[in-house]
Design a protein around this ligand. Sequence first.
Ligand code: THU
Length: 139
Amino acid sequence: MSASDGARLPVTGAQLVAAARRAREHARAEYSKFKVGAALETADGSVVTGCNIENATYGLTICAERVAMFKALSEGHRAFTRIAIVADTAAPTPPCGACRQILWEFGGNLEVTLANLTEHIGTHRLEDLLPLPFDSRLL
Ligand code: THU
């Protein structure tokens, strides 16, 4: 089955956040104890989730956002619209610099929704989170 098979009903923002909350439960955050979930919406309306995955080297940790994007790319998805990111904190958890770069390169100017376990905290455009990006247009 390819990434574009099947018609899908539109996903609401609340459903995208709910998917990120569920994905967060799978986080492997034994070292930081900071669990993050992400839900990436594709242009055809699919939702691909991710969670952060830490390991004993610490440095090979991968964030929830990149897990979601790499999963989606590996399944054949090529166009994206929104991502929801969830952590269990009062303050928003915005994507780290590495994730901003990867989301920009493969997802473009995504709508980025930040939420915690109970509330929606904010919505941004990725171009505002990553001004003056380096990308393939400059190569
Ligand atoms: N983390 C994410 O997964 N996404 C973010 O947006 C911020 C940070 C993870 C990486 C690490 O496993 C833990 O949160 C603490 O930095």
